[in-house]
Design a protein around this ligand. Structure first.
Ligand code: ADP
Ligand code: ZN
Length: 218
């Protein structure tokens, strides 16, 4: 049973790391951003409420997020552990998680904090492209992750699109919101003795290795 939180700014690489760890250990990645985007695509009430905040790069109100995450942690696949990607994002959310969220939140093993400088965050976010058909993620600002032909998915031939909140202006706002509302969680979890800091600039395999050692220890 492993319960892990991934903490880091937008563009710090939480999602990429979570995908690799899921592939290696089968621990489910629970991304509040992905769940919200799915709700928008499905046209749910939650999706309608969340979209306006997300398009501006603001946080979705805690009450909506806490409902969503309590429901997700109650799913059977979360019983054997999980990696939270994008939650908690405020002290109030962290306190709700620590207060159990109806059992699902108790006993976090560790918090991995990806520390990445701001100019790198903007470069990564503004270069991110997603396949409109299979959701595979690319980066036009990084040769390692660039598609082999511009605008086309290597995996399925689908067209590549930019997320509405990945434009440079919205990305700037997301980083400001992160610094104000989410960064205090670094001290919060450091004080709880749970924080493991990793250099967000290093290669992905280094971070996968570091995280693998932590997972195999608990
Ligand atoms: P990133 O980490 O790259 O900003 P996410 O996909 O995690 O991207 O989040 C996209 C948007 O979804 C956020 O800007 C915010 O509006 C909303 N969101 C996701 N998770 C939360 C959360 N825990 N609390 C509030 N809003 C959230
Ligand atoms: Zn594709």
């Amino acid at each position: 049973m492993k319960k892990i939180i991934l903490l880091g700014a937008p563009g710090s690489g939480k999602g990429t790391l979570a995908e690799r760890i899921t592939a290696k250990y089968g621990i489910p990645q629970i991304s509040t951003g992905d769940i919200l985007r799915q709700n928008i695509a499905d046209g749910t009430e939650l999706g309608k409420k969340a979209k306006a905040y997300m398009d501006k790069g603001e946080l979705v109100p805690d009450a909506l997020i806490l409902d969503l995450i309590a429901g997700r942690l109650a799913q059977p696949d979360a019983n054997d552990g999980y990696m939270l990607d994008g939650f908690p994002r405020t002290i109030a959310q962290a306190e709700a998680l620590g207060g159990n969220l109806a059992e699902g939140g108790s006993g976090i093993d560790f918090v991995v904090y990806l520390n990445t400088p701001k100019d790198e965050l903007i470069k990564r976010i503004s270069g991110r492209r997603l396949c409109s058909a299979c959701s595979k993620s690319y980066n036009v600002n990084n040769n390692e992750f660039a598609p082999s032909s511009e605008g086309v998915c290597d995996a399925c031939g689908g067209g590549l699109i930019q997320r509405p909140d990945d434009t440079e202006a919205v990305a700037e706002n997301r980083i400001d919101v992160y610094n104000e509302q989410t960064l205090p969680l670094v001290e919060y979890y450091r004080n709880a003795g749970l924080l493991i800091e990793l250099d967000g600039m290093g290669p992905v395999y280094d971070k996968v290795d570091a995280m693998s050692r932590l997972i195999e220890k608990v």
